[in-house]
Structure formats: C-alpha cells, structure tokens
Design a protein around this ligand. Structure first.
Ligand code: NAD
Length: 500
C-alpha cells in the first residue's frame, strides 16, 4: 500500500451527469477537499453522454454540493478543478480526445500521472470502457492507474468472470477497486475493532458462547424507478451477493495475522470458502423469499411491487430474502448465521445481533421471568453504535433480574452517513488502500453461493407472491425459518439505541 495523506490524482468519472455522481461522489470529494485530504493538485474529468459546456458542468457540481452538503465554503475554487467531456463510451473515436485532455490536466495540475477511473455507469459499459482505456492509451501513464467500479459486478458467476477477465486485460487485480459501499461504513469497519481490540469479545467469539448471529438490512423504500434493473436482479443479487455476505465474512473470519489488505482479504475469503454449499433440494429449506404487496409506510399508502413502473404484473422477482448460512469450520460449527434483507419494510435499519448462549445454570429461574440472553448489537444505519444487553438486579427488595443496556452511539442522519462511506472509499482508492473493496476471489465465491439459490428460484414460480404487506416486518416464512431452529428474529424496533 502506498500511502500519502494528500494524494494527487486525475479522477475520471464516467457517468458524471448521473445520480451517483451528484448525490455521492461530488459531495464526498468536496468533503475531502474541505478536510485538506485533497490538495490543489487534483482534477476531476467528468465524462457522460449529455452535451454540456464547462460552465454548465461546473454549475451542476456546485448545485450538488449545496444540495447534499448544505455548504458552499471555497466552492468556486473547488469546482474550478472540474472538467467535462461529452462522450459516448461506445464511440471509439472520442477516447483519443479524452486522453489528450487527461494529459493536459496532468501537466497543468502536476498530477504525476496518477489516474483513477471511476465507472459510475450502467454495468453493461464496464467492459467496453476498460478495453478502450487500454487500447487508446489512457492507462499508459507514469503514475498509478486504478479502476474503481460500482456494483453490480456481473449478474452471476459466469458473467462476473467474463467481466473480470476483460478488465484484467487493462488492469491488474491490485488496480481494480470493486466498490461495496457497505464496506465504507464506519460501523462495518468497526466490526474488526470490536472483535480484535476487546479482550472481552474475542474469547467468546465462537460456537461455545454464541448461539446465533442475525444480520438485518431493511429498507422502507420500494424499487422506485429502478424497476427494469431490479426485475433482473432481485434482493438476492442486489443485496445478498455483496453487502450481506461481506458482513457475514467480517463477522465470521479468523483474526488476520496483520490488519493489512492482503491478510484481511485472505481471511474473508477463507470464511466465504467455509460457507456450506446447498444442494437444489436444500435451497428452500435454508432460504426464503418475499415480494411486497401494497401497504402503508409512514402513514402513506404505497403500491405493491407488481404495479411499480417497469415491473411485470406477474413478476416472480423477490424483494425480500431471508436465509440461514452454515459455516463449516471449527469456530462456527453449529452456529447459524441468519440474514434478512428487503424493501418496503416497516423501518430502515441495518443491524447485527450477536446472541450469546444461555448461562449453563440459571439461578434465577425461580423468579417469574426467564432471563433474556446477552446480546451484542452492532448498529450500522441509520444509527451507528454498539449496545450490549446484560441482566442486572431489579431495584427494590428481592433478587429479580432486569435487562439493562450499555450503549455507545454516534447518531448520524442517514443522508449524512451515506456520502461518508463514499468519502472514505474515494480517499482509500486514492491512497491505494484496497482493504475495504472486494477482491475477485470474494466476488467469485459469493456469486457461486448465490447462483445455487437463483438456479432454483428462477425456475420455480413462487405462487404465494406477493406475500408481505408494505410497511410490515416481512413475510411469515422468514419467521418460520428461525422457529424451526427454536429462535426468533430480534425485532429491530426494540433494539434501537433510543429505546435504552
Ligand atoms: P444514472 O442513470 O443516474 O447515470 C448514468 C450516467 O451514465 C449518466 O451520466 C449518463 O450520461 C451516463 N451514460 C449512459 N450511457 C452512456 C454512454 N453510452 N456514454 C457515456 N455516458 C453514458 O445511474 P447512477 O444511478 O448514477 O448509477 C451508476 C452506477 O452506479 C450503476 O452501476 C449503479 O448500479 C451504481 N450505483 C448507483 C447508486 C446510486 O445511489 N445511484 C448506488 C450504488 C450503485
């Protein structure tokens, strides 16, 4: 890892008039600039199809900063580093112009030939852009060249491998930064710290003391205008293949011998390799799916998935997935990892609940209440923090117990939280720290795991769809999945830090 605190780079954003650029990338770059993490030696070259003058593009950058950060200090100076080229990425001829502009900016700002190519575009263009960057000499540079690539990375293992082989013609594995924006979130990074910096947890982090782990990522939003993409993806590809499995890998991995990119990644890969593969017959025992019907969210009526724009009225696409993952190694044998994720649920929340086993002998059973298990709750969004659920003595006479919570929270508004992840990831990619990006081996293993499920689901029409109302906690089948093992989901609303 080459590390400098204030990296110089030409950041070339493909898709610079798009939603991601405006909502996340420009505001994140501005925050880095304000914090002094970008010196004056940087330039952003925006590329998109729309024809815009330089002034119009810089104005769009200024607008995005004001809208999404609420600040404008030093904005004119910041926006003066932004350049634009209207360019259809499928048109070979315009890459030469792009190279010339890149070389000029390099010289003008003293960028030492460092180039970050950020593909904030639909995935079907990733391969073409990669080919041209090499063929037309944009990757021929004296400094570093790195490719930052948005999800989805492929549609299944086969297409991901094809894309990877193509990109590898122009960039080495070390130069490819596959974004999983969950990995940019502070509390996801904090999983490592909680595990490896606390004498209290590490000895308990195994099947002797942990009964099960539950990872929940719920959204209140529906599919919005992404119907066309989502119909082909569904929750399994959109959330499980990447974010959910990444969180599981961080929770399950062995302690790395060092906290560096290679060691952490190789432990995550080993954790993913330990996931027990499912046969076709087992898929529906371990995984269940749901699709939202109409319902009410925050007092407003919302439509069912099948009536959303660009969605098939008979759609078989899942908007909810819950599953039980079995990790076949010494540490985790017998400990189920449950995951669930879905759209149009009652609350927006990403949380991990580590449920500890009951103590060997309960001296307090003769009181009227059963002891609540100890829980470690890692709040990822919208709140960020950790809560430890313990039992203490109830005040008053007698020896009754009562659950108590120890919490540390850094409350964040979600809108501020999300760009923050991109800010970290952009900064890391400029510094050459790939720890919080996904390695090809992780992508490959995750796709293979998920492909086994989609192979079954795509070929069987789910007759119960839609099977949960918008605004509910999801389909009943998700509850039954845990009931079979004698567990239940910890209701997210009861775990909020605010309820302490
Ligand atoms: P978008 O549709 O808003 O923007 C697409 C951009 O690509 C526009 O700038 C458009 O001009 C450009 N473009 C399209 N065809 C082009 C062509 N032939 N030549 C040149 N430019 C072309 O998309 P988005 O929401 O910004 O998403 C971009 C990528 O980021 C996608 O891969 C998406 O899955 C991923 N992503 C987006 C978000 C988000 O919050 N928007 C979050 C996570 C991942």
């Amino acid at each position: 890892m080459t590390e400098t605190n204030t990296p110089t780079a030409l950041i070339m954003i493909f898709g610079a008039t798009g939603d991601l650029a405006h909502r996340k990338l420009f505001p994140s770059l501005y925050r880095l600039y304000k914090k002094g993490r970008l010196t004056d030696r940087f330039a952003v070259l925006g590329v998109a199809r729309r024809s815009l003058t330089l002034e119009e593009f810089q104005e769009s950058v200024r607008k995005s900063i004001v809208e999404f950060t609420g600040e404008q200090d030093g904005l004119d100076e910041f926006a003066s580093h932004f350049y634009y080229q209207s360019h259809d990425v499928t048109d070979s001829s315009s890459y030469i112009q792009l190279r010339e502009l890149a070389n000029k900016l390099d010289e003008h700002y003293g960028l030492e030939g460092n180039r970050l190519f950020y593909l904030a575009m639909a995935p079907e263009f990733f391969g073409t852009i990669g080919d041209h960057l090499k063929l037309d000499g944009l990757t021929d540079t004296a400094g570093y060249k790195r490719l930052v690539i948005e999800k989805p990375f492929g549609h299944d293992f086969e297409s991901a491998q094809e894309l990877n082989n193509r990109l590898r013609q122009a960039f080495s594995e070390e130069e490819i930064y596959r974004i999983d924006h969950y990995l940019g979130k502070a509390m996801v990074q904090n999983i490592q710290v909680i595990r490896f910096a606390n004498a209290l947890f590490e000895p308990l982090w195994n099947n002797r003391y942990i009964s099960n782990i539950q990872v929940t990522s719920s959204e209140t939003l529906g599919v919005e205008e992404r119907g066309r993409y989502y119909e082909k993806s569904g929750a399994l590809r959109d959330m499980v293949q990447n974010h959910m499995l990444q969180m599981v890998a961080l929770l399950a991995m062995e302690p790395p011998i060092k906290l560096n990119t290679e060691e952490i990644r190789s432990e995550k890969v080993r954790a993913l390799r330990s996931l027990r593969p499912m046969s076709q017959d087992e898929v529906n025992q371990y995984f269940v799916r749901g699709q939202y019907d109409e319902g009410t969210i925050n007092g407003e009526s919302v439509p069912g998935y099948r009536t959303e724009p660009m969605v098939d009225p008979e759609s078989n696409t899942e908007t909810y997935v819950a599953g039980k993952l079995v990790i076949d190694n010494f540490r985790w044998a017998g400990v189920p990892f449950y995951i669930r994720t879905g759209k149009r649920l009652g609350s927006k929340s990403t949380k991990i609940v580590v449920q500890f086993k009951d103590i060997p002998m309960n001296l307090y059973y003769n009181t009227d209440e059963k002891l609540t298990p100890n829980l470690l709750v890692i709040h990822i969004q919208p709140e960020e923090g950790v809560t430890l659920h313990l039992n203490a003595k109830k005040s008053g006479s007698g020896m009754k117990t009562t659950p108590v919570r120890l919490s540390t929270a850094s409350k964040s508004i979600d809108r501020m939280n999300t760009p923050e992840a991109y800010e970290k990831l952009l900064y890391d990619s400029m510094r050459g720290d790939a720890t919080n990006f996904t390695h090809w081996d992780e992508v490959a293993l995750s796709w293979k795991f998920v492909d086994a499920i989609s192979a079954v689901w795509e070929n069987t029409k789910e007759t119960t769809f839609p099977n949960y109302a918008a605004g509910s906690d999801g389909p009943q089948v998700a509850d039954q999945l845990l009931e079979k093992d004698g567990f239940e989901w910890w209701p997210v609303e009861n775990l909020e830090i605010d309820n302490c």
